[in-house]
Design a binder for this molecule. Structure first.
Ligand code: GDP
Ligand code: GDP
Length: 435
């Protein structure tokens, strides 16, 4: 088993704070609603040369008074399935609760090593409060402060002691993470199931083999992928989350964590306002995009139908008309492979880095041929440009009057970037800086 540690505990004890401390990445966006944390569910950590994966099981479970029991069950199940070590977090400030005892009962019966973490021991005085947790029968509590980092080193020593191997630094580097998005009924689950249906394609499930897999790794037609947030699709009705809010939240989370978004439309309905919203969201998030027009089998067609529809779609998408469009039938399994192929291509395009010299050689003549229009008698002169080392293509253009560059000129430049360097399916970002 690989090096995996799972964090469990009732809501508000500081699981996501601890998670973020372990992966040293304060990316979590906390919601005011107790138990709803919009953050990553797993990440990578390193301690004394050992690499391991951290799962925040709390992130999977929407805690509320009436589903505590369910929450415990789900968290513990994920932890048991996935982890080599379980961190059971309790709270020194509020002290022991019945729910802590319930958790402890379940954990004591498990065969996994459990480390009892008494969080919010921000000071030495407060850490004395950790003593009461001995009563849980899970050994010595580790008093720590996830917030200020107190004693987290000792905790990490105890964690990695369970891992004989050094582990892999980042087992997912270079593997595209994809999200499957679209309005209800366009065929997201069917598409996913079609992918899953290619038996033996599953390499590993990183978090959750059953229902709550947030990141699942597959090999499809010889290409590796990680699909983010399959939970929302594979399992539609679950406690408390048949609400639109949670499904939107989950889509946003999946989008946030992906490299390439596969956005599915229904061919019979065409491109509607809601579809444009989803596409706009992916565009703003600077994700790679593959547009999949599904249920193509339902369309009565002749040889002109596809090119006509494609043309119309591009017109409506403008200026977001840079993404590949693939007409599929998940039902009849047509062009599914094409989608997979495009995802891989778009992923490559998104990570493309153009050397500065090549960039200037190509783009400066385009600027000279069609310079930005003068404004109030001022001539904008773009002197040179360079690409930033960001996850999606971002260019900085140095000029004398950055404030005078208008949107339509940016569009012109974007077209030239694409003409020279491709970037199919990838939003391009430009910054104009004074030089
Ligand atoms: P979760 O619901 O278990 O994931 O808990 P969160 O990580 O969202 O934390 C719940 C609250 O406890 C937040 O307001 C945190 O700022 C706070 N918190 C987390 N860790 C500590 C800590 O070490 N000390 C103190 N004083 N507060 C903490
Ligand atoms: P989701 O809500 O986006 O996950 O959509 P589903 O995958 O549940 O599909 C909704 C309905 O559309 C189901 O009845 C599917 O069988 C059907 N469906 C999915 N893909 C296709 C397709 O390519 N052609 C046709 N005719 N029906 C499809």
């Amino acid at each position: 088993m690989s090096n995996i540690v799972a964090i469990v505990g009732r809501p508000n004890v500081g699981k996501s704070t601890l998670f973020n401390r372990l992966i040293e990445q304060k990316k979590a966006i906390m919601d005011n609603v107790s138990g709803v944390t919009r953050d990553r569910h797993y990440g990578y950590a390193e301690w004394t040369g050992k690499f391991f994966t951290v799962i925040d099981t709390g992130g999977y479970v929407v805690g509320s008074e009436d589903i505590f029991e369910e929450a415990i069950r789900e968290q513990v199940q994920i932890a048991m399935e996935e982890a080599g070590v379980v961190l059971f977090v309790v709270d020194c400030i509020t002290g022991m609760t019945d729910l802590d005892k319930d958790f402890a009962d379940v954990l004591r019966r498990s065969k996994k090593p459990v480390i009892l973490v008494a969080n919010k021991a921000d000071t030495t005085e407060k850490s004395y409060a950790a003593m009461e947790f001995y009563e849980l029968g899970l050994g010595d509590p580790y008093p720590i402060s996830a917030e200020n980092g107190n004693n987290t080193g000792d905790l990490l020593d105890a964690v990695v002691a369970n891992f004989p191997d050094t582990g892999e630094e980042n087992p997912e580097e270079g593997i595209p993470r994809i999200a499957i998005l679209g309005r209800p009924n366009v065929g997201k689950s069917s598409f996913l199931n079609a992918l899953l249906g290619t038996e033996r394609s599953i390499v590993t499930d990183i978090a959750g083999t059953t229902r709550d897999a947030i990141h699942t790794r597959y090999t499809l037609y010889g290409k590796d992928f990680i699909i983010t947030d399959t939970a929302g699709m594979r399992r539609k009705a679950r406690v408390n989350d048949n609400i639109e809010f949670y499904s939107t939240l989950r889509s946003m989370r999946a989008l946030e964590e992906c490299d390439v978004a596969v956005i599915i439309l229904d061919a019979e309905r065409g491109l509607e306002a809601q579809d444009l919203n989803i596409i706009g969201m992916a565009d703003r998030a600077k994700k790679g995009i593959v547009l999949m027009v599904n249920k193509w089998d339902l369309i009565e067609k002749d040889s002109k139908t596809l090119p006509t529809m494609e043309k119309e779609l591009y017109q409506r998408l403008a200026p977001m008309d840079y993404m590949p469009i693939i007409f599929t039938s998940v039902l009849e399994k047509t062009r599914i492979y094409k989608v997979i192929e495009k995802i891989a291509e778009v992923y490559e395009e998104r990570s493309r880095r153009v050397p500065t010299s090549q960039l200037n050689e190509a783009i400066l003549p385009e600027i000279e041929a069609f310079p930005p229009p003068s404004i109030n008698g001022k001539y904008v002169k773009i002197k040179y440009l360079t690409q930033l080392p960001t996850p999606s293509p971002t260019f900085v253009l140095f000029c004398n009057y950055p404030q005078y560059i208008k949107d339509n000129y940016e569009r012109y430049l974007e077209k030239k970037f694409r003409a020279h360097f491709g970037f199919e399916g990838v939003p391009i970002t430009m910054f104009f800086r004074k030089k």
